[in-house]
Ligand binder design. Structure first.
Ligand code: FMN
Length: 259
């Protein structure tokens, strides 16, 4: 295996960090690699918030579903899908006047533009994750940054066409984190299809989930739960944080579309 493959195969999420700062050089290297990520139309439809204020980190540790390790991470980057910059630039460039001359009106960013900007932001985030890993740093995505929109909007001064699609926290892994087992993945035959989509049936699901089913914890909290589907639905899909994420994203979308 070459070194890039090695870094990709060895990565795992890291949620506990050594008490050690990330040097300015390392931060600069990670940022350089991040900004070289592919970007739709070379537009760079994202911004990165480098959260250095400890009070903001502590707030995020609460608002992002109470995950205290966020406040302990030496580097916290929020990846914003960002159409505000281009929209503002169109306006200062006289696009409105140009459209009037042409008998049209200036279009505003819609859902499709948001999806493209989210793709840009997350592709850049993954470059940061891989670059950090190659330097011996661990990282962890925090999807809960999509929750609590109203609070985050005020805390981070987010304008209308900016959507906080992901957060990544970075730090040197503790020994325990280095030694921790890797998480499993589903067999590729359930994930990769040739040419056309294949919907799985009951027998295939049994095979797909056999390993996770055998590891399903027992005990009081599992009362009435007989399989991975039920456990995942209750613990993740219908959990409070998922309900809040859906509410918050709907609020962001409403604002984005009300332009
Ligand atoms: C979009 C996204 C959101 C995530 N959000 C969280 C999170 O809020 N908290 C957390 O501890 N891990 C989070 N993770 C990390 C996943 O739990 C982790 O990637 C998964 O369990 C697989 O483990 P691994 O990364 O160690 O291979 C997130 C990962 C992704 C890709």
């Amino acid at each position: 295996m070459n070194q890039v493959m090695d870094v990709l195969m060895k990565r795992k999420s890291v949620r506990a960090y050594e008490d050690r700062e990330i040097s300015a050089e390392e931060r600069a290297d990670i940022l350089k690699a991040t900004l070289r990520a592919p970007t739709a139309g070379n537009l760079m439809l994202y911004s990165i918030l480098d959260v250095t204020d400890q009070k903001i980190k502590e707030c995020l540790a609460i608002t992002c579903d109470n995950q205290p390790f966020i406040a302990r991470a030496p580097m916290v980057w929020i990846f914003l899908a960002d159409y505000q910059r281009w929209h503002d630039y169109f306006i200062v460039s006289g696009v409105e006047e140009l459209c009037k001359l042409k008998g049209t009106s200036m279009q505003k960013p819609e859902e499709g533009d948001l999806f493209l900007a989210c793709s840009d932001a997350l592709i850049a985030a993954q470059n940061a994750v891989t670059a950090a890993e190659s330097l011996g740093l661990g990282s962890c995505y925090i999807g809960d940054i999509m929750e609590q929109y109203e609070t985050h909007k005020e805390l981070l001064h987010l304008p209308q066409y900016v959507f906080p699609i992901g957060m990544v926290v970075f730090g040197y892994p503790t020994q325990q984190q280095k030694e921790r087992d890797y998480t499993s993945r589903f067999d590729e035959k359930f994930i990769v299809f040739e040419n056309q989509y294949h919907r799985l049936d009951g027998r295939e699901f049994d095979e797909m989930f056999a390993e996770r089913q055998s590891q399903l914890p027992k005990g009081k909290s599992m009362e009435g739960i007989v399989n991975v589907g039920q456990a995942t639905y209750l613990r993740k899909f219908s959990a409070d944080y998922s309900v809040e994420m859906r509410r918050s994203v709907r609020a962001i979308l409403k604002e984005w579309m009300n332009g």
